[in-house]
Design a protein around this ligand. Structure first.
Ligand code: CA
Length: 219
């Protein structure tokens, strides 16, 4: 799950970021409206956490611009403007939820989970591939009915591959599913994760397509 956090308050941003990472989300954190809009153009997000009071523009303009361009990505608005009028205004503009500052981190995490569940329309969607079952919400994996604990990045990589069976995914595509934007990624990072996944499951689970990327065959 990839989130965009738009918050200019450094302390609050850091706290939210830490909470989100603990929950296993990949997060890009922007502190201005323009850079947030640029991210939204370049990346696909599962959810956007949006502060309204930004230094260069109002968060509602970010939201308006998103919805104008046809984006249906769920948006949770964060704001100190704790009035009914603002709340209704934000929801009218196409926000999916609203949290007034100050708020409890657990409350934000619960709202995010609820929005993601609503979006997928099921309590927890699982990805099934042969005898591997992925539970994306809880980041659990079961393999031949045993629980397998995967590091977060291996989980995200496996999730991306199993969600796209029959398609060759390039190293760039896989990196953007596993790492946050701007993060330094060793050139062989994906290769190393793939190696570990093959050892933990079975050796021919992931095929290397030389010079292109990786492929999991359709089950
Ligand atoms: Ca602010």
């Amino acid at each position: 799950m990839r989130l965009l956090l738009v918050e200019d308050d450094a302390m609050l941003g850091r706290a939210i970021l830490a909470g989100l990472k603990k929950e296993g989300y990949s997060v890009d954190w922007m502190s201005a409206g323009q850079s947030a809009l640029q991210c939204l153009e370049e990346e696909k997000y599962d959810i956007v956490v949006l502060d309204l009071g930004l230094p260069d523009m109002d968060g509602t303009d970010v939201l308006k611009s998103m919805r104008r361009s046809g984006s249906t990505t769920p948006v949770i608005i964060l704001t100190a403007r704790d009035s009914i009028a603002d709340r209704v205004g934000g929801l009218d503009l196409g926000a999916d939820d609203y949290l007034a500052k100050p708020f409890d981190s657990d409350e934000l995490m619960a709202r995010i989970r609820a929005l993601l569940r609503r979006r997928t329309g099921r309590a927890e969607k699982t990805i099934q591939y042969r005898d591997i079952t992925l539970h994306p919400d809880s980041m659990r994996v079961t393999y031949q009915s045993d629980d397998v604990i995967l590091p977060r990045r291996e989980f995200l990589l496996l999730q991306e591959l199993l969600s796209n069976t029959g398609r060759v995914l390039t190293r760039d595509q896989l990196e953007s599913a596993v790492y946050e934007m701007g993060q330094d990624v060793a050139s062989n990072a994906i290769e190393v994760h793939v190696h570990h996944l093959r050892k933990k499951f079975y050796n021919d689970l992931i095929r290397t397509i030389r010079g292109v990327g990786y492929l999991v065959e359709k089950a």
